[in-house]
Design a protein. Structure first.
Length: 325
C-alpha cells in the first residue's frame, strides 16, 4: 500500500493520465439489452443520446486485486476505471458517472486515511454524483463530512434527513444536470440503518421510507424541475424475492411511477445485463448492479426524443483489459 505522501504526490500524474488521448478500438462493444441494440440517432428528429456509467460498492479498492487472488486475480483498479471512463466520454461527451454507495471500507486505504483517498480518486476519475451506503458511516457522521471535503462531486440522499448534522451543507435531496438540452434528475436512496450502522455513527440522521420519499422526489423532478430522464442511485439492494418486508430496488420500482433507471448497490449482485421492472403505470424501470470492488462498470444509453425516453440499451464495461492499466 502506498503512503499518504506518495498517493498525494502522484495525484497530479493520475489527473494528467485522464487527459491522455485514447483509442476506442476494441473497447466498446455493440450494446445490447435483451433484443434491443443501442439505436442510431436521428439528428433531424432531434434525438439525443445520454450515457450513464455507474459503479457500486467499490469498497476502497484503489489498486487492482493481486494477481494471485482466488476470485478476482488482477482485476479492477482505479487507474483502469479512469481510462475506461475517459474513453466512453470521448465517444459521447453527454455522459454522467455516478455511484450507488459504499465507496468506503475494505482495504487499508480507508483504515488509514478515513475516506480521503477514495474521494480524491473518485474526483480524479470524474464522478458527477454519488449516494451514501451504510459503510460511509463506519467512522461516524463527522468523519464522513470531513472526507467529503476531498470530493469534487455531488452527494444525494433523499431518504436520509441530514438536517442539523455536519452533512447538511454537503448532501442534497436531489440534483439536476443538463446535457445537450436534456434535463436529468438524480436522487439517492439509502438502506435502513437498523442492524447495519452503529446508532452513534448515524446520530442526528433520520431514515425515511424509500417508497414514499421516491414518489415525492419524482413528482418534484417531473413537474417542478421538468426533467426528461430520472435516475436513482440506490443502496437498498437488489432482491428478486425479498425477505419479509425488505424493500429493495425492484420493490421501489414496482410501487413508484416515473423512475427511468436505478443504479443499484449494497447486495454485490453481479448482473450480466440490466433487468426491467414494471411500474404501476405499466412503464418500465431499468435496474442494473455491477457487483463490487470496481471490477466492472455498468453503462446504460438512453435515446431522448421530444423530452421522452424512446429507447435504451445497457451492458457491462469489463476492466480486465490490460490495455486499460
Amino acid at each position: 500500500m502506498i503512503t499518504r505522501r506518495r498517493f498525494l504526490g502522484g495525484s497530479a500524474a493520475f489527473g494528467a493520465a485522464l487527459l491522455t488521448p485514447l483509442s476506442l478500438s476494441g473497447v466498446l462493444e455493440p450494446r445490447k439489452s435483451g433484443s434491443l441494440t443501442a439505436p442510431l440517432l436521428d439528428p433531424v428528429a432531434g434525438e439525443k443520446l445520454i450515457t450513464i456509467i455507474h459503479t457500486n460498492d467499490t469498497h476502497s479498492q484503489i489498486d487492482p486485486f493481486p494477481t494471485d487472488d482466488r476470485q478476482y486475480p488482477g482485476q479492477g483498479g482505479a487507474a483502469r476505471r479512469a481510462t475506461l471512463v475517459r474513453r466512453v466520454r470521448q465517444e459521447n461527451p453527454n455522459t454522467l458517472l455516478i455511484d450507488a454507495g459504499d465507496a468506503f471500507q475494505g482495504t487499508p486505504y480507508f483504515n488509514f486515511y478515513k475516506g480521503e483517498v477514495e474521494y480524491r480518486t473518485m474526483s480524479g476519475i470524474g464522478y458527477d454524483v454519488s449516494t451514501l451506503g451504510n459503510h460511509e458511516f463506519d467512522n461516524g457522521v463527522a468523519s464522513l463530512a470531513a472526507a467529503m471535503k476531498f470530493a469534487s462531486f455531488d452527494f444525494v440522499s433523499s431518504n436520509y434527513d441530514v438536517r442539523g448534522t455536519p452533512l447538511e451543507k454537503r448532501v442534497k435531496s436531489y440534483v439536476v444536470r443538463e446535457l445537450a438540452g436534456v434535463r436529468i434528475g438524480l436522487f439517492g436512496l439509502g438502506i435502513s440503518p437498523t442492524g447495519l450502522i452503529t446508532p452513534a455513527n448515524f446520530q442526528g440522521i433520520t431514515y425515511q421510507d424509500p417508497v414514499a420519499v421516491s414518489r415525492s422526489v419524482v413528482k418534484v423532478l417531473r413537474e417542478t424541475e421538468r426533467c426528461h430522464l430520472i435516475v436513482c442511485m440506490s443502496h437498498l439492494g437488489y432482491y428478486k424475492v425479498p425477505k419479509g418486508d425488505e424493500i429493495g430496488d425492484s420493490q421501489v420500482a414496482a410501487q413508484v411511477d416515473g423512475i427511468d433507471f436505478i443504479a443499484s448497490g449494497h447486495t454485490h449482485t453481479f448482473m450480466k445485463q440490466p433487468v426491467v421492472q414494471k411500474q404501476p403505470s405499466g412503464k418500465e424501470t431499468i435496474i442494473f448492479q455491477v457487483g463490487k470492488s470496481g471490477i466492472n462498470l455498468g453503462r446504460v444509453d438512453f435515446t431522448i426524443r421530444g423530452g421522452q425516453v424512446t429507447a435504451w440499451a445497457g451492458h457491462l464495461l469489463d476492466l480486465r483489459d490490460q490495455s486499460l492499466a
